[in-house]
Design a protein around this ligand. Structure first.
Ligand code: ADP
Length: 264
């Protein structure tokens, strides 16, 4: 008889190894199921607008269709394709973020003029919707930022604030320094978010009261992207909201040169 002597590990080590394997298996399962769920969700999101586009395009092929009806159908097709384009763009950004392939090219920038310019560009929309877009920005606040991505963060939050505002409402963007950090607030007096739902807005595809939000045309991917981008800048984001009263998003970023900034 031939015996192979296998070194037996201590009981504690074996138990610890077992726990680790379990954890690994669990997280793999979680990853797989959440990935599957995500894919199912993506497929559903894509299907609805595609059904419209295909269906209306088929109707358009009918020779006896009055010109006015044709124009209306083309309008719907355009809107649905536009929606599809937004969705696909958001999905691409999210998957690149997930894969860690989203390279930021950060530099030390004064974000006051960046925010100012971004808001200026959004003004045509606010006029159209009858909403006042106001700002209160302290000058010379420098952080390490990728200007384009930083602008995307501001645009997303302000766009939401405008979309979920009440008619004739007001949106205020504030920038100031506090305890070595740059603080940006996006404050609206809009429809607000209930206490139950406010914790879920960071989830992918989550929309409060889906039918209502859908009318406003969001993908439900905006905030997850914003959060990711804020964190890539070393910052944090929080939300305070009261149903029917309004919502405030608060972001904090480390100042590029804290001591100089505090002294100024
Ligand atoms: P969407 O593209 O649908 O706006 P987001 O990820 O940007 O997706 O936001 C998720 C949900 O959070 C929105 O559908 C909306 O219900 C809610 N929400 C976001 N911002 C606001 C806001 N400023 N006021 C009220 N609700 C908001």
């Amino acid at each position: 008889n031939y015996h192979v002597r296998v070194p037996i590990k201590g009981q504690d080590e074996v138990a610890a190894l077992g726990r680790q394997m379990n954890l690994l298996a669990e997280s793999l399962l979680y990853y797989q199921s959440s990935r599957k769920e995500f894919l199912t969700h993506v497929a559903h999101e894509l299907r609805t607008p595609l059904t419209y586009v295909k269906g209306y395009a088929a109707l358009l092929r009918r020779a006896d269709l009055p010109a006015e009806d044709a124009r209306r159908l083309m309008g719907i097709i355009y809107d649905q394709s536009d929606w599809l384009e937004c969705l696909v763009e958001d999905l691409i950004v999210l998957s690149r973020l997930d894969e860690g392939k989203f390279a930021l090219s950060k530099q030390r920038v004064d974000i006051a003029p960046v925010i100012h310019k971004t808001l200026e560009e959004m003004e045509p929309f606010t006029a159209e919707w009858g909403i006042r877009l106001e700002r209160n920005l302290v000058p010379s606040v420098r952080i390490q930022a990728d200007v384009n991505r930083f602008r995307q963060i501001i645009m997303n939050l302000v766009d939401n604030a405008l979309r979920y505002s009440k008619p004739q409402g007001k949106v205020l963007v504030e920038l100031f320094r506090q305890r070595g950090e740059a603080v940006i607030k996006v404050i609206d007096e809009g429809i607000g978010i209930s206490e139950v739902e406010v914790n879920r807005i960071w989830e992918r595809f989550y929309r409060v009261e889906k039918s209502r939000s859908r009318k406003h045309g969001g993908t439900g991917l905006g905030l997850p992207i914003v959060k990711h981008l804020v964190e890539l800048h070393g910052g944090s984001i929080e939300v305070e909201s009261q149903l029917g009263r309004g919502t405030t998003f608060v972001m904090r970023f480390p100042l590029a040169d804290a001591e100089e900034e505090c002294a100024s």
